[in-house]
Write a protein that binds this ligand. Sequence first.
Ligand code: FES
Ligand code: FES
Length: 161
Amino acid sequence: MSVEVEIRFSLNGDELRATVPAHRSLLAMLREDFALTSPRLGCGEGECGACTVMIGGQARAACLVLAVEVDGAEVETAECLRRSDGSLAAVPAALVRAGAVQCGFCMPGIAVTATALLRQKRGPLERREIERALEGNLCRCTGYTKAIDAIEAASREEERS
Ligand code: FES
Ligand code: FES
């Protein structure tokens, strides 16, 4: 028999409640119960980064987190990476501008990882730290160069704003 647990958490700024089976992953809850499509199911084993979300501002693989673990926490997905006027936030906008997106499967995860890094360290990021942060985000289509260029540009932009 599966045990169900009631949790309360913040999702992209909205205070929510959910009743979830104790073994359900955060990724399954976000995709299936809240119809969010940006956290993607890739490997399901913490290896590809396609499911990356922020929990309390930290980039985490949602496939490795149980939904019950976010009780009381703040969860953010790529859906919330927008400015108040609805336009794309700095990182996703820079990724699009730089032509860094091919099939796009990995991009929400990359955008969330880079945004978490930028929030932790305001100001221009060095290429090496961007590369290090993206080590857990696999992209099968691109060579990462344009994505890293874009994140670097976004970090300069954020510093000026
Ligand atoms: S689906 Fe979570 S890391 Fe690959
Ligand atoms: S753009 Fe296709 S996997 Fe990265």
